[in-house]
Design a binder for this molecule. Sequence first.
Ligand SMILES: O=C(O)CCC(=O)C(=O)O
Length: 266
Amino acid sequence: MLTSVQVARFVASGSLRLDAVVPPGMNEQAVAVLDAGIPPVPYGTPLAEAFAPGSFAQRLTSLPAVAGAIRSLVGPGPTVDHHAVHVREPHQGSAQPLHGDAIIDVRPDAFDIQLMYYPHEVTTDMGGTLSVPGSHLRRTNETDTGRYQNLRGQTRLVCPAGTVVLLHHGIWHGGRRNDSDTPRYMFKIRLNPTVPQVRLWNTDDLGDPRVGDELRTVFDWYEPAAGRLEVHNRVLLWRALTGDDTFDVDHWVTRVNNRPALGSNA
Ligand SMILES: O=C(O)CCC(=O)C(=O)O
């Protein structure tokens, strides 16, 4: 299970990276399995029933580190929204524009996750997925973010074989151009929660001051003022995830919610 500090980092940045968590034996099988195609799964199928027992996808999502992270973020019994194999072909000439995988979707108290699995090492020239840390709570519509180029602090994934990245559904991302001689594979599964996403992780460290530090993180591309809204929105999400309506970072949400006429100051 994830810790509170890890979940707070996910709430701030919109992603969680698990390097080389898939064993080499599975990574070696993966490209053939992905080339053969993963059978389609109807929207809303429980993850536990979506992939045949013993199949690659079932084993991938059952690995303890992967299953623990999934459970910590979307809880028990998530459903599969959709899955897809994304291959960036060698010398393909263009990158995918930056986008979010959703229409404007800023649910204050719930989120989906996108699991992205990279079966082989991804080097700098192989078209690793670009993502923009801390972009997931901004109100933008799907491909409208494609007009933005080269935001300061964006990360182009470079990772060892067997890496799994879990992304908040709203994060701005896109596959980059593959300038290498090798196809770049990635298998994605989007998961929807079926339970309230409240305290689903190991909360032993909920009082750790590093939780607040994570939620205060300011990313380099943030505007001085609009960037503050991101911290505000994180606090709202953290309140929903912990069930603690008094949590705050530097009094920001408390101040904005102060409505004495309504008899509430929280
Ligand atoms: O191929 C990639 O790295 C990213 C694919 C993508 O953007 C997506 O699955 O929405």
